[in-house]
Design a protein around this ligand. Structure first.
Ligand SMILES: *[C@@H]1O[C@H](CO)[C@@H](O)[C@H](O)[C@H]1NC(C)=O
Length: 479
């Protein structure tokens, strides 16, 4: 009994570690639920040798690029290849054992592959992510990796006549669309799920969709509670008593520095990033449940306590507390991690900075979530030269090269969820071209179509997934 008590308090010391948060700029999707148990041998992995720099023939350095494959449905010589394109995350086997691309492979007797993006997971041109070593991390190199990879596969006689289909979600949706545009001779068609194809520094549209999603799914009452909670939080910063109430409501380890705009930026992030993470991962019913929990005082009594409790609950804070010093977020980007690699890409290619809107949303008061805040991280984590002018130029370059919201691309299925915050940087209200249709689905969120069938899916979600499968099958049957 005594031993249990001692053990218990020991574990609580561990679980009381102060915690930080990261912005949901980087996406890492959970693999689809598997409908049947399968042998782990279905999915295997291998490596291919890749040039570090595809655009300088004098540079002959190479690295090993990882990929996974599943041949269980493969019909033999000339049957198609389906490639799930990895983005800013570590590839995992589950994506070749279920989901919409898995169904496509089953229906068309295809060979399934999942490629890992350079600088993520185990595909590492360099172990050490110094700013200097990150110079070969960009989408142009990553698309060339894919081209080399497909060419390498096609050298096998069984694939010589195989058509290739690419499927990608989020940043990897941009990749497949841009790949089809740049290397049309290498792929038959692509499926782009939730692609934010317009690079943008001051991305206020993101939190605008988060607001709209809570309004559509949860109603006016819910929005009123969130609005009051955030306004009360800002008001509490004006008095000493209010500050102590705020720190208790949000489970902060220490008082924040209320004079430091970057500490306040980080604290504003704790709030907005929690709401946006819920929206980004929402399925029908998820947001309504949160709103019902606000109404029934599950998370707390006052509006401010409700928000603090909601954040602690949805982020499984347990007995620990939030550590909201700006230095904490800088430390989170200092290791050799996927997070650091992706933040580098936001500074040098995409921006995607989820700033406070000024259009009457509940998030408008969080003014410290500014371009200055996000770009300061670029400067401190990578290089003093990565200032606002640098980042704006970098974003312009990407939009110039790929065409922003006007890509000229054939055979690309462009899918969006209407309540997905990333939808605001995609083309969701018209077809891309005559051969590249758009499906935007109400109540759906980020990359919903990549999953397998779920009990909570609406008919429209299922229809969009089926439409994509039908069009892919048609591309493959054309000779
Ligand atoms: C798309 O296909 C149409 C019809 O075949 C063709 O005229 C057009 O040039 C193609 N566009 C691109 C960007 O390949």
């Amino acid at each position: 009994m005594i031993i249990l008590l001692v053990l218990g308090s020991f574990f609580c010391l561990i679980c009381a570690e102060p915690r930080g948060v990261e912005p949901p700029i980087r996406v890492d999707l959970q693999p689809p639920e598997e409908t049947q148990t399968r042998s782990a041998r279905n999915v295997q992995q291998n490596w291919v040798t890749m040039p570090v720099d595809h655009f300088d023939p004098q540079n002959t350095e190479t690295f090993q690029m990882r990929f996974m494959y599943n041949e269980e449905f493969f019909g033999g010589n000339g049957y198609p290849i389906f490639i799930l394109v990895g983005g800013e995350w570590t590839i995992v086997e589950g994506w070749l054992r279920a989901g919409n691309m898995f169904e496509m492979a089953r229906e068309n007797r295809g060979y399934q592959i999942y490629t890992e993006h350079r600088y993520y997971g185990q595909t590492l041109p360099y172990r050490d992510f110094t700013t200097e070593n990150l110079q070969y991390l960009n989408v142009d190199q990553a698309l060339a990796d894919l081209a080399y990879f497909i060419n390498e596969m096609k050298k096998q006689p069984r694939f010589a006549d195989s058509k290739v289909i690419l499927y990608g979600g989020s940043y990897a949706a941009n990749m497949v669309l841009w790949f089809k545009q740049r290397y049309p001779h290498l792929v038959e068609g692509t499926v782009a799920s939730s692609g934010p194809i317009l690079a943008k520094v001051d991305f206020t549209g993101y939190l605008e969709v988060v607001h709209e999603a809570f309004l559509l799914e949860g109603g006016e009452q819910c929005i009123a509670t969130i609005k009051q909670g955030i306004e009360d939080t800002i008001l509490a910063m004006q008095t000493e008593e209010g500050k102590r109430e705020l720190e208790a409501a949000y489970r902060l380890c220490n008082p924040i520095d209320y004079n430091d705009r970057f500490d306040l930026g980080y604290f504003s992030g704790l709030i907005s990033w929690s709401f946006s993470t819920s929206v980004q991962q929402a399925r029908p019913g998820t947001l309504l449940t949160i709103c019902n929990d606000f109404a029934s005082e599950t998370y707390g009594v006052t509006p401010m306590q409700k928000i603090g409790g909601y954040i602690a609950t949805t982020r499984s804070l347990g007995n620990s507390c939030w550590h909201m010093e700006y230095q904490g977020i800088l430390n989170a980007y200092s290791g050799n991690t996927n997070s650091r690699a992706w933040y580098y890409q936001t500074c040098t290619e995409y921006g995607y900075y989820q700033t406070a809107p000024t259009s009457g949303t509940v998030f408008d008061p969080l003014v410290w979530l500014s371009v200055e805040f996000y770009v300061d991280i670029c400067k401190r984590v990578f290089d003093e030269r990565f200032d606002e002018a640098f980042v704006y130029d970098a974003i312009d370059r990407v939009n110039l090269i790929f065409g922003g919201l006007e890509p000229k691309v054939n055979n690309t299925i462009n899918i969006h969820g209407y309540i997905d915050p990333w939808r605001a940087l995609g083309v969701y209200d018209r077809d891309l071209t005559e051969t590249s249709p758009t499906y935007t689905v109400t109540r759906a969120s980020h990359c919903f179509d990549m999953q397998g069938w779920l009990r909570t899916d609406t008919i429209r979600m299922t229809n969009a997934q089926q439409a994509a499968r039908r069009l892919v099958a048609r591309w493959l049957s054309n000779t």
